[in-house]
Design a protein around this ligand. Structure first.
Ligand SMILES: [Zn+2]
Ligand SMILES: [Zn+2]
Length: 82
């Protein structure tokens, strides 16, 4: 039989494994080289990770979605006067 401490250790390990899996992909903070969750918006060192905004366009004033420059309507239903 396992002793209480051994069981605790095993459960702790399992928990760590599940937590690591649930957190998803990690990447290295370019500022402090700490591993950060991929969908984290900022690192604990204070570095802010912004979404790459390579799409040409602007933000819908209603919903904040990125809209193509020549779009006349947003997916939220807002219309943009040409
Ligand atoms: Zn950092
Ligand atoms: Zn919108």
């Amino acid at each position: 039989m396992y002793s209480r401490t051994e069981v605790d250790a095993i459960f702790g390990e399992l928990e760590a494994l599940t937590r690591r899996e649930a957190s998803g992909e990690l990447f290295q903070c370019p500022s402090c080289e700490e591993l950060v969750d991929q969908d984290a918006m900022r690192c604990r060192c204070g570095a802010i990770f912004e979404e790459p905004q390579d799409i040409v366009g602007y933000e819908c004033p209603l919903c904040g979605s990125r809209v193509a420059e020549d779009a006349t309507q947003c997916r939220c239903g807002a219309r943009f006067a040409g």
